[in-house]
Design a protein around this ligand. Structure first.
Ligand SMILES: *[C@@H]1O[C@H](CO)[C@@H](O)[C@H](O)[C@H]1NC(C)=O
Ligand SMILES: *[C@@H]1O[C@H](CO)[C@@H](O)[C@H](O)[C@H]1NC(C)=O
Ligand SMILES: *[C@@H]1O[C@H](CO)[C@@H](O)[C@H](O)[C@H]1NC(C)=O
Ligand SMILES: *[C@@H]1O[C@H](CO)[C@@H](O)[C@H](O)[C@H]1NC(C)=O
Length: 259
């Protein structure tokens, strides 16, 4: 008798496991590209990205650049919709300037990755349903958010160290929403290093507060081309905003859109 009950329990467990497995499978994003809820405009600090890379990267850009425009909870939604650089030939100048691959000379690979992983999911929106629209929209949002200018106005300068709470409050005062700020965790005896800022947007491209995700799941779709999965939520401590250049004047001379 006992063994029959055990057997039934075991069978039940196996059934449950199979059902759960199926349910999880059914919820994977690529089967339901419409399931995503918000967008992240992800901006990165090239000096930190270079720091994280084993590549030789001696002369990083000194302005925040675009990493991507990512739907939450979805990637690789249409594997047959391939990246085609001819589709964005009209905006290549801006792409190279504001959306460069800070580590690899062949930036095409980076844009291809971003389109195929994230763009094909974003494309369920009519406003983003072509490569031209997707990349143009990200550039437009980047210019509207204008992070480089605001950081200068807030006197948050590369080469400085800042309390993370002060950076967060300063950004919230400008944007009226709190973005997600990610850091390279500190090496022993050193400070954490600011690396990436994610602005959260509705499907209508309105800025919203980024709510903390309970698990680490938001890191699941980090871009492995850049090893940015090493970035974590910043702790509320002193933070390095690194510069490879010696003077602030040099930074001003090399950054974009100061006004
Ligand atoms: C995937 O992309 C291809 C090529 O653009 C398109 O023909 C097809 O309709 C897309 N499929 C879905 C499910 O959107
Ligand atoms: C790429 O896009 C161009 C311009 O829209 C088009 O003429 C060409 O056929 C496309 N190539 C492929 C392989 O789809
Ligand atoms: C750059 O990468 C793309 C996409 O992977 C590839 O098609 C192209 O041939 C590469 N260009 C060079 C110059 O290596
Ligand atoms: C974001 O959160 C702040 C503080 O919690 C709040 O004052 C603000 O109204 C929120 N903004 C939006 C757009 O929801």
């Amino acid at each position: 008798m006992k063994s029959i009950i055990q057997c039934c329990l075991l069978a039940g467990c196996i059934c449950l496991a199979v059902l759960c497995g199926t349910a999880t499978y059914e919820l994977t994003s690529s089967d339901h590209p419409h399931k995503w809820e918000k967008l992240y405009l992800v901006l990165e600090w090239p000096v930190t990205i270079c720091k994280m890379s084993e590549n030789d990267c001696r002369d990083p850009l000194m302005y925040w650049t675009i990493h991507g425009l990512w739907p939450d909870k979805a990637d690789e939604c249409n594997r047959t919709w391939h990246f085609n650089i001819s589709e964005i030939k009209d905006i290549l100048g801006d792409m190279e300037h504001y959306w460069p691959d800070v580590l690899h000379p062949n930036r095409t690979k980076f844009w291809k990755h971003e389109w195929e992983k994230h763009g094909t999911c974003a494309a369920v929106l009519e406003s983003l349903n072509s490569q031209k629209k997707y990349f143009s929209k990200a550039l437009e949002l980047y210019k509207e958010i204008d992070l480089n200018s605001y950081l200068v106005k807030l006197r948050i300068k590369p080469g400085g160290t800042y309390q993370m709470a002060d950076i967060r409050e300063a950004l919230t005062s400008v944007y009226q929403v709190t973005p997600k700020i990610q850091c390279l965790p500190p090496d022993e005896g050193q400070l954490q290093v600011i690396g990436q800022i994610k602005f959260c947007l509705t499907k209508e491209f309105a800025l919203i507060n980024c709510t903390e995700s309970k698990s680490g799941s938001s890191f699941a779709h980090e871009n492995n081309l850049f090893k940015t999965e090493d970035l974590a939520k910043c702790s509320d401590t002193l933070t390095d905003y690194p510069s490879h250049m010696r003077t602030w004047e040099h930074f001003l001379a090399n950054t974009v859109d100061i006004q």
